[in-house]
Design a protein. Structure first.
Length: 253
């Protein structure tokens, strides 16, 4: 009887020890998310700015002068739909190398998750003047266009067969607005959700590499013609809807 009790006691200590170690692993997850920018497989960094070195789907030569954007409501979602929030939003600036990598520690995770976020802000979060760092960065949208914030500012220059000298473009994504009739202004939320499924969370430290293919803004599903759509895109309702469609293939793993 005493021998049996001793064996059971040792086994219970072993089980508790294993459970404790497992819980410690689960509760001390460290997630690092890297945003890796490219142009159809060619890495893009701030060192590539200012040169006509990229070719878009329409055949124009393109340079990048500014590339910065917001993603919001960043979270991990398990197969049952349970959400683990990571951050309210990130302001990513490629030229300034700002927030190209984000790390969060002390997570309680024990299964495979997808990484979900919103490109830009949805209407509930797109509150005028609410974010101090975005105000400082002049990321605001003018009140006449509905206020709130940009989703993205993508500036550069281009040349083409018909535009042989360098011309500028401002590919700025915001909430679409049609204010041609001041008494009947039409708004459309053109932010969009991204869900990236991966086989992560097998160890205490995980790295998620998010590929950001800048070229996709110009090609899928709409081939973008910079000769036609280059400036004054913020008040262009139809252009904002096209950007929304093209942006949905920009992010991948």
């Amino acid at each position: 009887m005493k021998k049996t009790f001793s064996i059971l006691f040792i086994l219970s200590l072993f089980i508790i020890s294993c459970s404790s170690n497992s819980d410690e692993t689960i509760q001390n997850k460290k997630i690092t998310i890297n945003f890796i920018h490219e142009w159809d497989g060619t890495p893009v960094t701030k060192d590539d700015f200012g040169e006509l070195k990229f070719t878009n789907e329409n055949g124009e030569m393109v340079s990048i002068e500014l590339y910065r954007y917001v993603i919001s409501n960043i979270k991990l979602v398990d197969p049952s739909g349970f959400e683990t929030p990571l951050k309210d939003y990130l302001f990513i600036d490629l030229g300034e190398e700002q927030n190209l990598s984000y790390t969060i520690e002390g997570l309680f995770l024990d299964r495979t998750y997808s990484l979900d976020f919103t490109f830009g802000f949805d209407d509930d979060d797109n509150t005028d003047g609410a974010y101090a760092d975005l105000n400082t960065a002049n990321f605001n949208v003018p009140e006449m266009l509905g206020g709130g914030y940009h989703y993205m500012q993508f500036d550069g220059k281009y040349t083409s067969e018909t535009q042989t000298t360098e011309a500028g473009f401002n590919y700025h994504a915001i909430r679409a607005v049609d204010n041609t009739d001041p008494d009947n202004i039409v708004y459309q939320d053109t932010s969009f959700s991204v869900s990236l499924e991966g086989n992560w969370l097998k160890s205490t430290e995980e790295v998620i590499n998010v590929k950001v293919n800048i070229a996709e803004w110009f090609k899928n599903p709409n081939t973008w013609d910079l000769n036609e759509l280059n400036q004054m895109l913020m008040p262009n309702f139809d252009a904002q809807v096209l950007m929304n469609a093209n942006g949905k293939t920009v992010f991948s793993l």
